[in-house]
Design a protein around this ligand. Structure first.
Ligand SMILES: [Cu+2]
Length: 171
């Protein structure tokens, strides 16, 4: 059923599609999605991106990718002098605003990455928003320390992160 609707939309002229965008599903755009390459035998990583919202407030409620068995929404919080990652149920996207997921901040955590992420590669990622629905992007894999991945985040490498009391074994 959904496939049929999508096909119908695809067959419409660009003008008709533009007219359809009043529904609000296109209020959100996702820019500059990237992840750092995995190191050694590590199967843990994170995806970063910018969410731009031209419409009313929304929330990113989940993400999924064939590149990893488990995906979680994470944030970083300062616990004394230590930055700890914490799983969150959703990442809020205020109306007509942008939210940046970046190293040392909010991110999409990837567990049990199936194939090592290599510099120059990419993988698909589907973001699910409460209002806007699913938005799929291609995440570019960059080398560790690359400028796209940000620099001044010493000590925040995911491999060295203290995951606190999060249990990642119980899938
Ligand atoms: Cu994390």
């Amino acid at each position: 059923m959904i496939r049929r609707i999508l096909l119908a939309v695809t067959l419409m002229t660009p003008l008709a599609i533009a007219a359809c965008s009043d529904g609000g599903a296109s209020d959100i755009t996702v820019e500059e999605p990237f992840a750092r390459e995995t190191i050694g035998t590590s199967t843990t990583g994170a995806a970063y991106l910018v969410i731009r919202n031209e419409g009313g407030s929304d929330r990113l409620i989940s993400a999924s990718t064939p590149a990893a068995a488990t995906t979680e929404l994470h944030t970083h919080e300062k616990d004394g002098e230590i930055m700890r990652m914490r799983k969150v149920d959703a990442i809020g996207v205020p109306a007509r605003d942008a939210v940046t997921l970046e190293p040392g901040g909010k991110h999409i955590m990837l567990f049990e990455i199936t194939e090592p992420l290599k510099d120059g590669g990419s993988f698909p990622l589907t973001l699910t928003f409460e209002q806007a629905g699913d938005i799929s992007v291609d995440v570019t894999v960059v080398a560790t320390g690359s400028s796209l991945g940000g620099q001044a985040h010493g000590g925040m490498d995911h491999d060295n992160m203290d995951h606190g009391d999060m249990d990642h074994s119980g899938h």
